[in-house]
Design a protein around this ligand. Structure first.
Ligand code: C5P
Length: 241
């Protein structure tokens, strides 16, 4: 896959004007955008239809965690908009992931990705929500984020998901577990030399892809840059062999 196809720019805005401005400035450079709950809720699905009409691919990051029937309905609605990727929480278990995959079958370009552990979470956050390993004597032990990511990725694969979302640091282990065809999409990437911000488990785009990521998601380091095109090109250069 050539570098540009691997880069997904996250349009995390609360208004259409700001999103349109970034899309216009990036022009032909960028082909893949992520639309999340903030932008979708603020401006509605028209923006997604317009991106698809312009020939852009859209990753609709719905992070679904609902009863299977509602998840299936949301996936069908996403498919009808023409998006290429939609997310479901792996923590919701096999039932909701399988419902999402079944609903996506009517939309040949739609891929269902399972969200494993958000990149800001640490082992201590997992312990706080009761995710702990257990020994044979049932004593709780701490579960590392990587163990939890791999466990959820296996569950997602079993449910038929096309891939997972994970941090750059888990990309290599995930590629080993999921094999060569799975999509591994990594947010939480920082520009080479940039700050990791609040991504607790971050890495550069090049390192993420070298480790096994199929796609990287970059947000503010491109969209809030004084020159988004220059920032996008930095990401692309980092992905060039
Ligand atoms: O930080 P940045 O602006 O590059 O974030 C881009 C996307 O990465 C966000 O839309 C968010 O969904 C995801 N993200 C994440 N974990 C974080 C921060 C952001 O998964 N800690």
């Amino acid at each position: 896959m050539e570098p540009t196809s691997r880069i997904i720019v996250a349009l995390d805005f609360d208004n259409r004007r700001a999103a349109d401005e970034v899309v216009d400035r990036l022009g032909e450079e960028c082909r893949f955008y992520k639309v999340g709950l903030e932008l979708l809720t603020a401006v509605g699905p028209g923006l997604i239809e317009d991106l698809v009409t312009k020939g852009k691919e859209v990753f609709l990051d719905l992070k679904l965690f609902e009863i299977p029937n509602s998840v299936a309905g949301a996936v069908r609605a996403a498919g009808a908009l023409g998006v290429s990727m939609v997310t479901v929480h792996a923590m919701g278990g096999t039932g909701i992931m399988a419902a999402a995959v079944a609903a996506a079958r009517d939309f040949p370009r739609l891929r269902v990705l399972a969200l494993t552990v958000v990149t800001s979470m640490t082992s201590s956050d997992l312990a706080d929500i009761g995710v702990t390993g257990s020994t044979e004597t049932s004593a709780a032990t701490s579960t590392s984020t990587e163990e939890q990511v791999l466990r959820l990725a296996r569950l997602a694969e079993g449910a038929g998901c096309h891939g997972v979302i994970a941090s750059p640091q888990e990309a290599g282990a995930l590629r080993g577990v999921l094999g060569s065809n799975a999509l591994i999409v990594t947010p939480g990437v920082a520009l080479p030399g940039g700050s990791a911000g609040e991504h607790a488990r971050s890495g550069t785009p090049g390192a993420a892809v070298a480790a096994g990521a199929s796609h990287v998601v970059v947000g503010r380091s491109v969209t809030r840059a004084a020159d988004p095109v220059a920032a996008f090109r930095l990401v692309r250069a980092d992905l060039e062999p």
